[in-house]
Design a protein around this ligand. Structure first.
Ligand code: GDP
Ligand code: MG
Length: 163
């Protein structure tokens, strides 16, 4: 079977953007408003002769205060149950939000590779802002910008090395 890689994270960090950017196709809906992705999106990605299925668990929609809703919880369970590698996306421009901590917390005990993707590092100087996110991850971290096309290869390398 083709290994599965699931993208998780709170709304608006750029999960769907990351999905499209890695797929090099505009498959998932990108939107300024939280919670636009409703369905799970799946696409096949090839990198260095390796294949994996990338999943935008997205639906991670409607969030009341700082709590993960049942919907979010379900999406994370789905990722935990089906993914070989889990990609947590955060937003370096917003800094760590309570919901980022909740997502990271939920994935902390998982015996599966977890990669922390610090998105929206549009300028190299924003990489320094990503440092605070280290505590959320488990060592594997990469700064990217889907809009500025930064570090796509590095992220794909990190993923396929863990399949
Ligand atoms: P999702 O809710 O996590 O799926 O987030 P989306 O992919 O829908 O993106 C949310 C917003 O973040 C959109 O307005 C995107 O254009 C914006 N965005 C995504 N990636 C980047 C990035 O690398 N840099 C910046 N500045 N904005 C981004
Ligand atoms: Mg989305």
């Amino acid at each position: 079977a083709v290994p599965q890689v699931a993208i998780v994270g709170r709304p608006n960090v750029g999960k769907s953007s990351l999905f499209n950017w890695l797929a090099r196709r505009r498959l998932a809906i990108v939107d300024d408003h939280a919670g636009v992705t409703r369905d799970r999106m799946v696409t096949l990605i090839e990198h260095e002769d390796r294949f994996f299925e990338l999943i935008d668990t997205g639906g991670i929609g409607i969030v009341d205060d700082d709590d993960l809703t049942d919907d979010v919880s379900r999406q994370i369970e789905l990722a935990i149950n089906s993914a070989d590698v889990i990609v947590i996306v955060v937003d370096v421009q917003s800094g760590i939000m309570p919901l980022d901590e909740s997502v990271a917390e939920r994935l902390r005990g998982i015996e599966r590779p977890v990669i922390l993707v610090c998105n929206k590092a549009d300028q190299p100087h924003q990489d320094i802002q990503a440092e605070e996110f280290h505590k959320l991850g488990r060592g594997h971290m990469v700064q990217v910008s889907t809009t500025q096309n930064r570090n796509r290869e590095q992220l794909l390398d990190l993923i396929v090395d863990r399949l």
